[in-house]
Each structure stands twice: as C-alpha cells, then as structure tokens.
Design a protein. Structure first.
Length: 403
C-alpha cells in the first residue's frame, strides 16, 4: 500500500497456548471480573467429550467465590445461523450471564461474538442490526463491550478467536453477513492442542486450508503492509510444514499446536489487510447457497481463483513462493505463479481434498443465481468480479458443469 494510505494493525486478544492451557480459564475469568458464565458450543463437541474437558477445569480449579458456568448453549449450527444467535441472546438473558466462554470451531466462536455484540447493543434480532449484510464499526463508534469473553478453538482454521469479524448466516436472505468491530475479538484466546486431537483428518485438512487462504489473500491485498506480510508469510510456512503432519496423525500434539498458531497468524494478517478477497467471496457465496463447509469451499476455489485472476497475485508471487518453499529457477512472475498453483494442487491432493464439488448439487442451480450470489456477497465490496469471470470459475468447480 502507499505511504499516504492509512492502515490499522490490531492485536487485542491475549493468547495463552500449550497443552492443558484450558486449566487457566477460571483464574483468567476471575481476573476479567466475570461472575456468571455462559458456555457456547455445539452438540457434536458435547458428544465428543470436548465440552466436558473444559467444564471440568472449573471443578478441579474451583475458586472461592469465583466465576461459575450458569448455562450451556449447545445448539450452534453450521455457519452460525442468525436464528441460532437470536436463541443464544434469549438464553443468555434468561440465565443472566455476564460473561461468555466459546468452545468450538469458527461457527461457535462467531456465534459467541455475535452474542456479545447483541448483548452489548440490546439486540433481539441479529439480522435487523446488519440490514445491508455488512456492518463496520471503527473508532469512535467501537467501544469496549465490557463482557468478559474467552474463546477456546477446537479447530485450526478460522482464527476467529482473535479476529474482529463475526460471519453470520442470514437464513432468510441466504447470505453470509459480516460484523466488523475491533472489540468483537476475545479478551483471551486459549490455544490448547489437546482439544483438537480428535478432529477428523478430513476436517483438519480443510480447516487448515482456510487458514492458508487467509494468509495468501492477506499477502496480495492492496492493504498489505510489512506487518501483515510478516504474519502471513510465517503462517504459510507453519501450515505447509504442519498441516500434513496433523492430517496424517491427529495425535501429533506439536503439529496441532503449530496449526493453532498458524491459524491465529493467518487471520491476524487477513483481518488487518482486509480488502480484495475473491477466494473468500466465492467460498461465502457457495457456502450460503449449497451449505458447503467454509474451509472446503476455500480449498476448492484457492487454485482456481489464483489461476483465473493472475494480475492480483503476480505482484507478490515471489513472497508467496518463498513462503511455500517453491524453488526459483529463473522463471518470470507468471511462470512462478504457475509453479505455486501446481504445488498448491499437489499439497491439497496429498491432504485428501477434492478439486471440485462432486458431493454437492452445485450443478443443479441456474448459473445466473450463482453469479448474483457472488456479486451480492459482502466480500465482493472491495474486489467486484464480472459475470463472465464468475461463470468461468464456476464452470471449473462443478462436477459436470453448471446448468
């Protein structure tokens, strides 16, 4: 970016990482002034015993007159549905919660962030507070919400625990809405690799590629700075080294820990350089239309979009190539881009990820509906794409073409 432009690099969350770091949660909540904690998670994590691993630390590390969990909201749905957020708001008020503990992946943590936002603003219907699908609140409108908030990610992908963005699925409009407020991020993020070891290899793979996509889109952003480049570059390095290890052996604690760090660094770069994000644009639109998991959508679109919009990636392709350990053999930028894309395809194939949406009925929807969804997604604001480009990309990710 030019030196006359303004940038903002925001680091608000305190991060504690390491095996059994969840044991610190009661004391940290006490330090934050919490009394009545609402735990937010989902039924899958409850059934897997992950929720219990967190709640039991309040029994083992009980504090005299300390904070307590007064309720558990375990109904979070895929993509943090708006009706789910509204139900959580009602429940939090019912149990008189004054603090939030999020345990889960991006959908859980985004739900918790929207919950905090709604409690602070006195909202009962989250859709009404984001009428155009995107709400940006910077200074001076953004102010501390004073609701103690700790997040414990159970996937290494979104990095939502430290980001100022909450992505909420508007079920009425079938679009993913975005809230950006620098105080949405957690007061504390607990990166405990023990809680990610049970994550299936396939989900480990595509959530990891979500983090990789954050880093790549941060590097090529027109708003990128040396600060965001540093985080994004290292995120790519960490993910390239550790994601295959975590997929191959889910009990590899070191790889799991590094992936949590890579995810955190990727989203920090992404949210601080937020601008042109065409890969996420497609992933959001397809996720809303076809209920495709976000990380999986990013994995399919990543090489296709890079190949389809080369001019966005060419100026920084040498940095991406170096981060991804692609050897320089004297080729020009276009040749290097081709080598990076080829390595990405091999990388994701080795992870067991698909190159198209063969398991989803993508080809059953009219192409014009897909074009409109991509164009209207809030992620298109800074980097609009033509109908012709969208159709070209769409034709390459459908199993048998688009009707």
């Amino acid at each position: 970016m030019g030196i006359k432009s303004h940038s903002n690099f925001w680091l608000r969350s305190s991060v504690y990482s390491g095996s059994d770091s969840r044991s610190l949660i009661p004391e940290l909540f006490k330090g934050l002034g919490a009394k009545r904690i609402l735990l937010v998670s989902d039924s899958g994590l409850e059934n897997a015993g992950v929720v219990k691993k967190v709640t039991e630390v309040f029994e083992v590390h009980a504090l005299s007159a300390g904070p307590e969990i007064v309720g558990e909201f375990l109904k979070v749905t895929q993509d943090a549905g708006s009706s789910c957020v509204n139900e959580a708001l009602n429940y939090a008020r019912e149990v008189q919660a004054d603090a939030i503990l999020a345990v889960g992946g991006g959908s859980v943590i985004d739900t918790a962030k929207a919950l905090k936002f709604g409690l602070y603003k006195g909202i009962t219907e989250i859709n009404d507070s984001i009428p155009r699908g995107f709400l940006y609140e910077g200074f001076p409108k953004a102010q501390p919400m004073n609701i103690p908030h700790i997040s414990v990610p159970t996937t290494a992908g979104t990095g939502s625990e430290v980001s100022p963005i909450a992505v909420i699925y508007n079920e009425d409009m079938k679009v993913k809405m975005n809230i950006y407020n620098i105080y949405l991020s957690s007061d504390v993020a607990i990166l405990d690799p023990d809680l990610t070891v049970g994550l299936p290899s396939y989900i480990t793979a595509f959530t990891g590629v979500d983090a990789l996509t954050h880093a790549i889109e941060a590097i090529v952003s027109p708003q990128a700075t040396s600060l965001t480049d540093a985080y994004a570059f290292q995120a790519i390095r960490v993910i390239e080294d550790n994601l295959p290890k975590a997929v191959k052996d889910g009990t590899n604690i070191k790889a799991r820990m590094e992936m949590l760090h890579g995810s955190m660094m990727g989203i920090t770069a992404f949210s601080s350089a937020l601008n042109a994000i065409p890969i996420h644009n497609f992933a959001h639109a397809y996720g809303a239309l076809f209920r495709i998991p976000h990380g999986l959508a990013n994995a399919v679109f990543l090489p296709v979009v890079m190949e389809s919009i080369p001019d966005l990636y060419l100026p920084k392709i040498h940095l991406i190539a170096e981060a991804f350990k692609v050897k320089f053999d004297g080729e020009d930028a276009k040749g290097l881009l081709a080598k990076v894309i080829e390595k990405l395809r091999l990388f994701m194939n080795d992870l067991g990820l698909p190159s198209e949406f063969s398991e989803y009925r993508v080809n059953q929807l009219d192409i014009d509906s897909i074009v409109q969804a991509v164009m209207k997604d809030p992620a298109a604001a800074n980097f609009p794409m033509s109908a012709e480009l969208i159709k070209s990309v769409a034709s390459r990710v459908a199993p048998v073409g688009i009707n």
